[in-house]
Unconditional design. Structure first.
Length: 56
């Protein structure tokens, strides 16, 4: 790992394999989005449609 300074800004040069490992580790820490079953999705969409219709 090397550090470069360009225009008073520090940049770190990392090998590609290390960078990919960092990306993979960061991706594993994110929480997956909630997935709905078909029935849950229909109920959720109907709820949102009713909410949006009430706003108008």
């Amino acid at each position: 790992m090397n550090t470069l300074i360009i225009d008073n800004k520090s940049y770190v040069v990392v090998p590609a394999k290390s960078y990919e490992a960092l990306q993979k580790r960061a991706a594993l820490k994110t929480k997956p989005e909630k997935t709905f079953s078909v029935e849950e999705a229909r109920a959720h969409s109907k709820k949102l449609i009713k909410k949006w219709a009430a706003e108008k």
